[in-house]
Design a protein around this ligand. Structure first.
Ligand code: AP5
Ligand code: MG
Length: 215
């Protein structure tokens, strides 16, 4: 199954993608995670992307699209994938369509996580991520067992550089200015489904499963 997850910063795309990936056995492809990994490794891609990410702006489409094209050509994507954070605008959506058309493929489902804006700040500001493995926690909603240590690998938990109130405002502005055209692009009889993204993580996942496998 080929799935796109859409939603605001902090709407739970990464959290739900991880659960879908485990249960459907398809890879979770997060453009944000790939950029952050490259920033840590100090690769050319990381150096190109870092300034944009730290300001809460989009990395230019040319860089992002070629990165996602390479990733989608990897062997593990042959049975499907979950795209988290891509596409972010119509130009990226059209590029994705071209990439898939070349392979005779298409997107099966697009899930949009609908979360009220006032929830977002609390989720983003309280988020902690593992420096080693990238696992995501939250100081209040998903605390790690040991303070600031990752449950999975024991690595240190840190705050993302773009997870502060000033940058999140910019990320929200970028999101608000680009989401409606994407909803129009995938809606209107297309593969778009709206999922309530506010509530317990497990309850939301139940709605996700229902959306992916309709009875
Ligand atoms: P990216 O990493 O994609 O960030 P984002 O879209 O802003 O989304 P987040 O990762 O902040 O949130 P999420 O929806 O994954 O939420 P999560 O599950 O972690 O992108 C970062 C940057 O990279 C961009 O600003 C841009 O610069 C660049 N970039 C990325 N893609 C790009 C592209 N296509 N083109 C150009 N540039 C691009 O949850 C958030 C927190 O809430 C966590 O702590 C979690 O534990 C908690 N939580 C989750 N669900 C719940 C729940 N139901 N209840 C309570 N807490 C919850
Ligand atoms: Mg994420």
């Amino acid at each position: 199954m080929k799935i796109i997850l859409l939603g605001a910063p902090g709407s739970g795309k990464g959290t739900q993608a991880k659960l879908i990936s485990e249960n459907f056995n398809i890879p979770h492809i997060s453009t944000g995670d790939i950029f952050r990994f490259n920033i840590i490794q100090k690769t050319t891609l990381g150096i190109q992307a870092e300034a944009f990410i730290n300001k809460g702006e989009l990395v230019p489409d040319s860089i992002t699209v070629s990165m996602i094209k390479d990733r989608m050509n990897e062997e593990d994507c042959s049975n499907g994938f979950i795209l988290d954070g891509f596409p972010r605008n119509i130009s990226q959506a059209k590029s994705l369509n071209d990439i898939l058309e070349e392979k005779g493929q298409r997107i099966d489902k697009v899930l949009f996580f609908d979360v009220p804006e006032y929830i977002i700040i609390e989720r983003v500001v309280g988020r902690k991520v593992c420096k080693n493995c990238g696992a995501v926690f939250h100081s209040k909603f998903k605390p790690s067992k040991a303070y600031n240590k990752c449950d999975l690998c024991g690595g240190d938990l840190i705050q993302r550089k773009d997870d502060n109130e000033e940058i999140i405002k910019n990320r929200m502005e970028v999101y608000i200015s680009s989401i409606q055209p994407l909803l129009d692009y995938y809606g209107n009889g297309g593969p778009l489904l709206v999922v309530n993204g506010y509530g317990d993580i497990k309850d939301i996942y139940r709605s996700v499963e229902k959306a992916l496998i309709p009875i």
